[in-house]
Design a protein around this ligand. Structure first.
Ligand SMILES: *[C@@H]1O[C@H](CO)[C@@H](O)[C@H](O)[C@H]1NC(C)=O
Ligand SMILES: *[C@@H]1O[C@H](CO)[C@@H](O)[C@H](O)[C@H]1NC(C)=O
Ligand SMILES: *[C@@H]1O[C@H](CO)[C@@H](O)[C@H](O)[C@H]1NC(C)=O
Length: 444
């Protein structure tokens, strides 16, 4: 079932309003203490915003009207003619924006690792994507991996000793074909991660263990030639099938790559250079096979600032966000936000806001889009997400995907890890107004 379409009426903005508050700046809402301007656009109870242009309405369905180029310091300079740099139907980037067929494309939506890995019927896959599309989502991030040593359920690669075999059957790539079909039927494009730092659904540790033996350090995934070749073989088979598939928005090298894995072990030499070199090599490899799709790292956006009091800024997990963002074969940056996992209990709003602003600065410096591609708290979700998502809009950050989608399917409610948001919950209205505000900002 599709959600009812939310309609937000945008007020006409007078030139004087633009002088008082920067475009896309906050100009009203609960707890807002600055100027309250009658011409503000209310996004939700917590946030009103100055939006450009004449009165219009934003709906959950993307429109094909002529885009209005944003013109603020925090958004890229508009060009009057933007030549598509990808074949029709594929999302590409232009400066800090995502584009599709010459128009801005807004990356907004959700994560659903489960849609292809839990044996869902076509009807349930369709319902899952329809829920997200009904809240204005355009994009879903999902897993394009499941490494198994004892085949069971849906999996994409099975291992017998050190020999991997891609599963191209109904429980393998043909199952992923169904995921893509269901997404496209709902106007959704997919960001697909090709392996996992964590041991969920196999991931890097399976390659290392099967090829190099038990108890080997996690980070040999990034440096051992045989392991890298096995991963490249998987990539070649998986993405080779979908090179011309417009339902794919981007490939991701890994979910949350880090030096240390679930076993906690890493060689002492693993550092940010290790993962940067790996990211260069693997992203160049993907580009050599597939020039149609965008490529991203899939990391958490950690900075490499030794001595910084905030753990995600210290560089200790092997990620240097700014250096990686400059890799020419990576098209956009990714950042995750889990303040409660990162020593910020009680400081979620302030720390999370700063984290978004930091990455918006990195985006502007590198002149590439950056998306908040996972974020979550388990308490106070509506208030925290309202603020963070308004920060995304006002900072100019390119887009965001919430962790994680929840749906009520014929097989029952999808997995709730404490973060899942369901269509009948309190977070859905926040997400729906945010998707409309972000599309409005982008003129998409
Ligand atoms: C709004 O202000 C109230 C009272 O100062 C505070 O308790 C609440 O946390 C604030 N909410 C947000 C979203 O900032
Ligand atoms: C993709 O399209 C190109 C150009 O039409 C074609 O040569 C190639 O075989 C296609 N690849 C796949 C996997 O369909
Ligand atoms: C990465 O994986 C390792 C081992 O699988 C785990 O210990 C670590 O917590 C993971 N990190 C993330 C961010 O998933």
């Amino acid at each position: 079932m599709k959600l009812a379409t939310g309609v937000i009426t945008l007020a006409v903005i007078l030139p004087s309003a633009l002088a008082a508050v920067p475009l896309y700046g906050q100009c009203g809402g609960l707890n807002y203490s600055g100027d309250q301007d009658a011409t503000c656009t209310k996004v939700n109870d917590w946030y009103s915003q100055c939006l450009p242009g004449a009165a219009s309405s934003a709906t959950a369905t993307p429109t094909v009207s002529t885009p209005t180029a944003p013109t603020s310091a925090t958004t890229p300079t508009a060009t009057s003619t933007i030549a598509p740099t990808a074949p029709n139907g594929f999302v590409y980037t232009s400066g800090q924006k995502f584009m599709l067929d010459g128009k801005p494309y807004t990356v907004v939506g959700s994560n659903s690792y489960w849609v292809g890995l839990t044996g869902l019927s076509d009807a349930d896959m369709n319902k899952a994507f329809a829920d997200i599309a009904g809240a204005g989502g355009t994009t879903v991030r999902t897993w394009g991996f499941n490494e198994v040593t004892s085949p069971n359920g849906n999996y994409y690669q099975s291992w017998s000793g050190s020999t991997p075999t891609v599963n191209s059957g109904a429980s393998g790539l043909q199952n992923f074909d169904r995921v893509i079909r269901a997404a496209k039927a709902n106007g959704i494009r997919l960001i697909v991660a090709l392996t996992n730092n964590w041991s969920d659904y196999g991931g890097m540790d399976v390659y290392v263990r099967q090829i190099l033996g038990a108890n080997q350090p996690h980070d040999l995934f990034y440096t051992n030639t045989n392991v890298k070749n096995a991963y490249k073989n998987y990539i070649r088979t998986f993405i080779g099938r979908y090179v011309n598939e417009t339902g794919i928005l981007a490939w991701e090298l890994a979910n949350e790559p880090r030096c240390r894995g679930s076993s906690g072990s890493a060689t002492s030499s693993c550092n940010t250079v290790t993962i940067t070199n790996w990211a260069k090599e693997i992203s160049a490899y993907i580009k050599s096979l597939d020039s149609n799709h965008l490529v991203a790292l899939g990391d958490e956006g950690f900075y490499n600032m030794p001595g910084n009091p905030s753990y995600p800024h210290q560089g200790t997990e092997g990620i240097d966000f700014d250096v990686n963002l400059d890799i020419s074969t990576l098209d956009f940056g990714t950042v995750h936000s889990y303040p409660n996992h990162w020593g910020q209990d009680g400081n979620e709003l302030t720390w999370g806001t700063q984290w978004i602003l930091d990455h918006a600065k990195s985006q502007a410096r590198a002149n590439k889009p950056v998306i908040l591609e996972e974020f979550g708290v388990t308490s106070n979700q509506p208030a925290v997400y309202t603020q963070w998502l308004s920060n995304v809009v006002s900072s100019g950050l390119a887009g965001d995907l919430i962790w994680q989608a929840g749906s009520r399917l014929s097989v029952g409610a999808t997995h709730n890890d404490g973060f899942a948001v369901y269509p009948d919950g309190q977070v859905y209205p926040v997400v729906r107004s945010h998707a409309a505000a972000l599309k409005s900002r982008n003129g998409s």
